[in-house]
Design a protein around this ligand. Structure first.
Ligand SMILES: Nc1ncnc2c1ncn2[C@@H]1O[C@H](COP(=O)(O)OP(=O)(O)OP(=O)(O)O)[C@@H](O)[C@H]1O
Ligand SMILES: [Mg+2]
Length: 515
């Protein structure tokens, strides 16, 4: 089914938006049809989320008009947009960690019994049905704060599906999902389409866009660059529209001689916090040398994040086994000890662990360096400003200045600030958990190149990425995990998408065969 045959559902006309001096959107017009999956692409900071927040009533001051089903609308807030049938899955998950899964899904629209009492049972049952539809196993009464980020993303999706919608906005919905979860989300999207729902889909992943979308609209620097049916564009073209130039294929040098082993891990195991039976990590042994990138591959739940946390002293329970840093045994009991020894971790969940959202860009970047930048009780503002300017330049962070509030940056640029923070402490070992989550194609290539430059200067890097092509490009070796065990250690010559997937599903296949 192609879109133009179905009626027009939404017109956003001449939308402009300023944040102080920042022009986030300039005269953008977009038309979406019923039953259409409409992809919105653009670099970090291009204005995608802002445009969708306007549609969802989260931003109420803007110029331009919104016409929904032929009628001009102006939403006074998110609630009014919801009443009109518009639901949004936010990029920065918008859940209340202290509430249960079901309470989050029905927040503000609780199911009630007689006398206005909350109908917890009905809400839990409905949440369970939603998760069934999504193929997820999440307990409706679990606290959202206790869930892994991938599951939180599922809750956010369930929340958008809980009520009939005419338009569902998905702002990078798959950034924390595993392959199987993504496949299920695709089926749900196909289902929404069949029912005539319009899906507005923001993604940096070209394969997603070209699998799902009927139409692709591209923004650059707050302006509309192009809007074309899928059949009349291709990934290369869309990237060119996004960045306004060709992106060179990233070619990285992988010198054969890495230095001495900086990090050695022997027999590392970690008990599971929930299932007393199966450990989170089981008997892992590997080494990382100066000047090399060790990639960690595995499906969601394979233990990738747990491994990085164990190396960083951030595990809920202490791991067993030996970790040697520069030949000295270390067992960090806290991240502070790890940082003092020269180990840094960039986490995948920037909202929970990384960002200080009351602070400025400069403060977020330098917070780990404040001690070094402080004389007596005074922060050396000049040195701070230099460090910040250098970081902004090095990582091409799009921010008006260091004094900008971190929350006013686009998602991808916030991620770059966190990376900048850890680079400032000049770690010996840098642990990167999904470092390019939510980062656009151009910036991804920049970050991959930066990673290679860092190891060329003698750093040792351990990184995870659920995007295999990226992991294959950047890594010197790849360690594959499956259910907390190491199922392969592949050299550059051996590592291919097939060999990794084979190793990543080793135990799962066996379990499937014997059951
Ligand atoms: N609340 C705000 N205050 C000030 N500036 C803002 C605010 N929200 C967004 N901006 C600015 O508007 C521009 C567009 O941001 P937006 O979040 O829409 O980008 P995006 O296309 O969604 O990027 P990403 O891919 O990184 O998520 C950016 O320059 C951003 O810094
Ligand atoms: Mg965004």
């Amino acid at each position: 089914m192609s879109a133009p045959e179905t009626p027009v559902r939404l017109q956003m006309r001449h939308i402009s938006k300023h944040f102080g001096g920042v022009r986030a959107l300039r005269d953008v017009s977009v038309t979406a049809h019923a039953g259409e999956v409409h992809a919105l692409c653009g670099e970090n900071g291009a204005g995608k989320s802002t445009l969708m927040k306007i549609l969802a009533g989260a931003i109420t001051e803007y110029e331009g008009r919104i016409v929904l089903e032929g009628r001009e609308v102006g939403f006074s807030g998110p609630r009014a947009a919801e009443d009109a049938g518009i639901r949004i899955i936010y990029q920065e998950l918008n859940l209340v960690p202290e509430l249960t899964v079901a309470a989050n899904i029905f927040l503000g629209r609780e199911r009630r019994r007689g006398l206005g009492l909350l109908d917890d049972r009905a809400m839990a049952a409905e949440a369970r049905r939603l998760f069934e539809r999504l193929g997820a196993t999440i307990a409706p009464r679990a606290l959202v704060g206790d869930l892994r980020i991938g599951d939180q993303q599922m809750v956010e999706i369930a929340k958008a599906l809980a009520f009939d919608a005419v338009i569902v906005i998905m702002d990078e919905p798959t950034s924390a999902l595993s392959g199987a979860e993504v496949a299920r989300l695709y089926r749900v999207i196909a289902d929404l389409k069949r029912h005539g729902t319009t899906v507005l889909y923001i993604s940096h992943k070209m394969n997603e866009v070209f699998t799902l979308a009927d139409r692709v609209t591209v923004l650059r620097d707050g302006q509309l660059v192009a809007s074309a049916p899928r059949g009349r564009s291709n990934p290369r073209q869309v990237i060119r529209w996004m960045v306004g130039r060709e992106i060179a294929e990233l070619r990285v040098e992988h010198p054969a001689t890495a230095g001495t082993a900086i990090l050695q891990v022997e027999g590392l195991s970690l008990p599971s916090p929930v299932h007393s039976g199966r450990p989170s990590l089981h008997d892992l042994s590997f080494a990382v040398r100066a000047g090399e990138v060790l990639g960690i591959a595995g499906l969601l739940g394979a233990g990738r994040t747990e491994l990085l946390e164990a190396l960083f002293g951030a595990s809920p329970a202490p791991p067993s086994g030996t970790i040697l840093l520069d030949g000295q045994p270390v067992l960090f009991r806290s991240p502070d000890q790890a940082i003092a020894a020269g180990v840094a971790l960039v986490t995948e969940d920037r909202k929970a662990f990384g960002l200080f959202d009351q602070m400025t860009v400069a403060e977020n970047i330098t917070i780990r360096r404040l001690q070094a930048l402080t004389w007596g009780h005074l922060i050396d503002r000049q040195a701070q400003a230099r460090a910040v300017a250098e970081s902004i330049r090095r990582l091409a962070i799009k921010a008006a200045s260091g004094r900008t509030a971190i929350t006013s940056l686009s998602g991808g640029n916030q991620q770059k600030c966190i990376l900048a923070r850890w680079l400032l402490i000049e770690p010996k070992v840098l642990l990167l958990d999904e470092p390019t989550r939510g980062i656009d194609v151009g910036a991804k290539a920049e970050i991959s190149a930066l990673i290679r430059r860092l190891v060329a200067q003698g750093m040792a890097i351990v990184m995870t990425s659920s995007e295999l092509p990226e992991l294959l490009t950047v890594s010197d070796r790849i360690l594959v995990l499956c259910e907390g065990r190491q199922t392969a250690e592949l050299s550059r010559a051996e590592a291919t998408e097939e060999s990794i997937i084979h190793a990543a599903t080793q135990f799962l296949d066996r379990a499937a065969r014997t059951s």
